[in-house]
Design a protein around this ligand. Structure first.
Ligand SMILES: *[C@@H]1O[C@H](CO)[C@@H](O)[C@H](O)[C@H]1NC(C)=O
Ligand SMILES: *[C@@H]1O[C@H](CO)[C@@H](O)[C@H](O)[C@H]1NC(C)=O
Length: 364
């Protein structure tokens, strides 16, 4: 069952090796220094395209009269008793009269406020009034970049290609996707910028059970990959990492915060509050920088960062958080491109084999 999972999901040029992460600190614009990895990811995409095109022609040709007609959103109204619109349209056309958390004037999307209280109940209440949006395990993928252009045009080109990769993945799997290029907290730049984006997405998308953060410089290398959500049923945060490196080596690269899945929940509200509490927007930032450095011996540079913050919370506030955090290490939920690249040949071969089988099956 897990054969697709043994191949990598996402590769990233993000930090997995301290010396690389170090470079990343200077500015978001520098994320494309690892052009090599990016190009490999792109080559894989192109190889997908090269076999998808002929197939799509075939699909077009075999469309038969027995194919179900496309569902119309608005059914013709022949009698008074026919409802003019389906449920989803009705819901979206006007706000239900019942009050939800959105009517609370103190509601805030910003990260530097206290966590929203009773968020699980508020979400459930909202979902009860928007039943057509309530699907189990609904996923919203969030990615993003800095607001301005990259220093080099190839950077902007690669941002586009990386985004297309994510859009395609989400399209195939029915996930929603949002690209955030606004700096939601002026002091939370570089890798800290993801936390305000995730926090506000939780409030703006109560329909999403999961928020899946994926760094802009990460690409899906297996477009068929499906998240094994059933094994995360009792967890609220899933991140790629190795427990022994976290708890025994206390290593800065024991996990990677560039890709994570977080459940839209009260737990996440509070966890993000604690996590962001180490960020550059707080008066405690310089103290946290020292604390993180003292906790993680192999951390190279002095400023507090989100990845070290996550490891710190696992180590030092273990009782409070760790039982809800799943360190995925049975497959590459996220991996450094150098570790992944050797396995891509086999992923491509698997898809080529599928294509051969489908043409041999008489469709061609
Ligand atoms: C800074 O640290 C103090 C002492 O631990 C704490 O009371 C305060 O809430 C922290 N401030 C922020 C903004 O996190
Ligand atoms: C690729 O597949 C072959 C044949 O199944 C296997 O022997 C090899 O270890 C795989 N390589 C990688 C890098 O997974």
């Amino acid at each position: 069952m897990y054969t697709t999972m043994s191949s990598s999901t996402t590769t990233t040029t993000s930090p997995s090796k301290p010396q690389f992460r170090n470079k990343l600190v200077s500015s978001l614009n520098d994320i494309f220094v690892f052009v090599g990895g990016a190009i490999l990811a792109l080559l894989l995409l192109w190889s997908f395209c090269s076999f998808v095109s002929p197939n799509s022609t075939i699909t077009f040709n075999i469309s038969s009269p027995t194919r179900p007609k496309p569902t119309k959103l608005v059914e013709p109204t022949n009698s008074e008793t026919t409802p003019p619109m389906n449920c989803a349209q009705n819901e979206l056309a006007h706000d239900p009269p019942d009050h939800t958390f959105y009517d609370d004037p103190t509601l805030t999307y910003t990260i530097d406020q206290k966590p929203i209280k009773n968020w699980d109940q508020k979400r459930q209440h909202w979902l009860a009034h928007h039943p057509s949006l309530a699907q189990p395990d609904r996923i919203l993928l969030i990615t993003g970049s800095q607001p301005g252009p990259c220093k080099s045009p190839v950077g902007d080109h690669l941002l586009l290609r990386f985004f297309k990769n994510k859009v395609d993945y989400c399209r195939i799997h029915g996930h929603d996707i949002f690209y955030n290029n606004a700096l939601l907290h002026p002091k939370m730049t570089t890798f800290w910028a993801k936390l305000p984006a995730v926090r506000s997405a939780m409030v703006a998308h109560p329909e999403a059970e999961w928020i899946w953060w994926v760094d802009s410089d990460a690409a899906f290398t297996d477009m068929d990959f499906k998240l094994p959500l059933s094994r995360y049923a009792n967890h609220n945060l899933i991140v790629h990492g190795w427990p022994n490196m976290v708890y025994e080596e206390r290593s800065w690269v024991s996990l990677n915060a560039g890709v994570f899945l977080i459940r839209n929940s009260q737990w996440a509200m509070e966890f993000i509050h604690a996590w962001a509490g180490m960020g550059p927007q707080t008066p405690n930032y310089s103290q946290w920088s020292k604390t993180q450095k003292a906790t993680l011996p192999d951390k190279l540079y002095p400023e507090a960062d989100d990845q070290s913050g996550l490891i710190y919370l696992l180590l030092e506030e273990n009782q409070k958080w760790a039982d809800k955090i799943y360190l995925e290490h049975e497959f590459y939920f996220e991996g450094y491109w150098k570790e992944i690249v050797g396995s891509l040949r086999n992923v491509s071969d698997k898809y080529l084999e599928m294509e051969r089988r489908s043409t041999a099956g008489g469709r061609g």
